[in-house]
Design a protein around this ligand. Structure first.
Ligand code: BES
Ligand code: ZN
Length: 457
């Protein structure tokens, strides 16, 4: 193991340079003008996989952006890991708020600033470099490894479920490993054992077939924006509870033991509020802050539009009003069931004078796993050895909807070993990734392969 660690320190600067190179590629999955960049990014990863000694490295086309896959399966009798990550990134808007251009990576202190640095290119690179180091020093890995990097995670993975079905045999594994989550605090490694799910909806209301003069018609027609805000005002009660009938039916409650564990994590509400510039925090009554954030479902209006938004005043009754609403779900809520309940509830609130069209956009299940599986324990050992600190056991409020699909398809635990930090600004201007975590992350995955290689398949 020492030889590999020595190799890592010799390669320290090159690893950073290579990370900079992949961060330069603007692989924004949601923007059709970047389709070519998605292919450049996928090809770059495929070549990197071949170069470090992975077998069968290939770019596999889908109906959307391609999947990159490779494998190294020369460790008979040893467990097989399926390492998943995503090479697509979020759009960069609002661009004016970036201190340096999002695709011109800059290192300041310990941090590298670029879109995708933490979410998720920096984190997938950790795995590539750990594999490189093992193969460079020993010519072999102590486990079987399959790598799958997709290009559509940030747009809801529309093609990955079908891909997993089509390639189920090729992808089958004993453990799924994902590095796409943050740690809870600087210096302390974390393992995430729960994620929230998602149901994303759009509401379209139409009152008339054209905008109307509010003097000539006001008083005799219902305004769709008025109707929309009246409906949305009925989504939650004054305790912050969601009023959709049956919404909480399948929510898995937090056990007393878990509640105790969560309450031991150092969380300061005032610091948290200060860090995001909020005068105070807000949440559902009767729950602690981390439970609200990780183990309770939410409903948020993501955007609302319609009517006149220009300079000056315009006396108009708009014909239409729209809103996008997302619900973060928790285990064991089913996104389809929740979408249907949402639609029925909204329909029950729509006045006679309006036509409503309610659309379920995308969604996914939440996830929670047992802490007692031996793969997860191998992860704990490896992280503690690399970082020299005890592991924090975390849940997260964000979603990686494919996690539940992997867990169900392969009946395999999903190990979420994430290396981001709370101030990584994922999806926001000035996204960044800690280089300390990058290098320690590589070291921890080197140890992790060794630990998991001690288990039998
Ligand atoms: N890396 C995140 C997931 C994440 C975020 C985990 C925060 C833990 C904490 C991932 O890239 C992401 O942004 N997921 C989307 C999923 C959505 C597009 C279906 C999310 O959570 O909004
Ligand atoms: Zn993301």
């Amino acid at each position: 193991m020492n030889k590999i660690v020595d190799y890592l320190s010799e390669q320290h600067d090159r690893y950073e340079q290579e990370l900079i190179d992949i961060l330069r590629i603007p692989s924004i999955s949601g923007d059709p003008s970047h389709t070519e960049d998605m292919h450049i990014m996928a090809d770059t990863l495929m070549h990197e996989m071949s170069k470090i000694g992975m077998n069968k490295a290939q770019v596999i086309e889908t109906d959307g952006h391609p999947v990159v896959y490779s494998e190294w399966l020369n460790a008979p009798g040893k467990p097989t890991l399926l390492i998943y990550g995503h090479y697509d990134v979020q759009p960069v808007d609002p661009i004016d708020l970036w201190s340096s251009p999002p695709f011109e990576p800059v290192i300041k202190g310990d941090k590298i600033f670029a879109r995708g640095s933490a979410d998720d290119k920096g984190q997938i690179y950790i795995h590539l470099k750990a594999i490189e180091a093992w193969l460079a020093i020993h010519g072999s890995l102590p486990v079987n490894v399959k790598l799958i990097f997709e290009g559509e995670e940030e747009v809801g993975s529309p093609n990955l479920k079908g891909f997993i079905k089509d390639y189920e045999k090729m992808l089958t594994a004993d453990y799924v490993v994902i590095s796409d989550t943050p740690m809870f605090r600087e210096g302390y490694p974390g393992i995430t054992y729960g994620l929230r799910g998602l149901a994303y909806m759009q509401i379209n209301l139409r009152g008339t077939n054209t905008d109307l003069h509010s003097g000539s018609f006001g008083g005799l027609v219902k305004n769709p924006i008025n109707a929309l805000v009246e409906i949305l005002a009925q989504m939650k009660d004054d305790q912050g509870r969601i009023r959709i009938p049956g919404f909480y039916d399948d929510v898995l409650p937090v056990s007393d033991a878990e509640h105790d564990k969560l309450s031991k994590l150092p969380f300061d509400a005032k610091d948290f509020a200060d860090s995001i510039g909020a005068p105070a925090l807000y949440g559902e009554s009767g729950y602690d802050d981390l439970e609200r954030l990780w183990a309770r479902p939410t409903l948020d209006i993501n955007g609302i539009w319609g009517g006149f938004q220009g300079e000056g005043a315009k006396t108009v009754i708009p014909a239409e009003a729209h809103a996008k609403v997302s619900m973060r779900l928790v285990a064991n809520q089913d996104p389809d069931d929740i979408s249907n309940k949402f639609i029925s509830y909204i329909k029950s609130l729509v006045p006679e004078s309006m036509e409503a069209d309610i659309e379920a956009m995308h969604g996914g299940f939440g996830y929670v796993t047992d802490l007692n599986n031996s793969g997860l324990q191998a992860g704990v050992k490896a992280l503690e050895k690399a970082f020299g600190k005890e592991v924090d056991f975390l849940r997260e409020g964000g979603s990686i909807p494919i996690v539940k699909v992997f867990a169900d398809t392969f009946q395999a635990p999903v190990l979420l070993m994430g290396y981001g930090l709370p101030d990584q600004n994922a999806h926001a201007p000035n996204e960044n990734f800690s280089l300390y975590n990058f290098h320690k992350g590589i070291e921890s995955i080197v140890y992790f392969f060794d630990e998991i290689g001690k288990l039998t398949a």
